[in-house]
Design a protein around this ligand. Sequence first.
Ligand SMILES: *Cc1c(COP(=O)(O)O)cnc(C)c1O
Length: 235
Amino acid sequence: MIDERVEKLRQSILKVRENIEAAALRAGRDPKDILLLGVTKTVDVDIMEIAFDLGITSFGENRVQEFLRKSDIIRRQCAWHIIGRLQTNKVKYLDSRIKLIHSLDRMELAQALNTRGEKINYVFPVLVQVNVSGESTKAGVSPEELKSFIFELSKLGNIKVRGLMTMAPQTDNPEDVRDVFRTLKKLSVDIERERVENISMEELSMGMSEDYTVAVEEGATIVRIGSALFGERVY
Ligand SMILES: *Cc1c(COP(=O)(O)O)cnc(C)c1O
């Protein structure tokens, strides 16, 4: 039973890696510049350990409680990313085990992270989540607000902006969201030109199971993949 699951996971990882590599090459990019982040919400720790041994060494969780529970018991030195909407009252549980927060979307959260960082002497690496599509259900700052938000963030010494993240609308045809990814890339280039102190634009977190090849073609440096690796989520 477990062997079967290992084999399935091995095949899924291989497939996703091949797709990333092909997409990168189509775009004239080095596949090594793209991090395959395993999105492991609802995935058991024993499966995560197997995934780690198969080369998925960074995991994204969207609930702080789930991160805390799993990080206590997992027997691997994985890198943890927080990818979902982060409540300000959960910030007190975060520490230097967090390699990247993808979902910084408001000043109140930035200030809470900065205060927490001061307390534990850690600079939180963060991405600013941008609501490129403008869907009201999506978190993220609007493209129009982005620049002034970034200027404000640059003043906070215990967070370090390393790039941008977006969630594309759900669609059956990934071509429909190519423009969303292209716009995020363009926004990051625009901001990079401003050369704001303490701000870097080296990371672009975009692309999920349904659309990551298009995201890679448009410049993603991190793809966040759940179901294409681990199967459909059972909540
Ligand atoms: C769940 C989730 C993903 C992964 O979704 P899949 O479609 O299963 O790949 C990526 N990013 C965020 C923010 C998520 O919440």
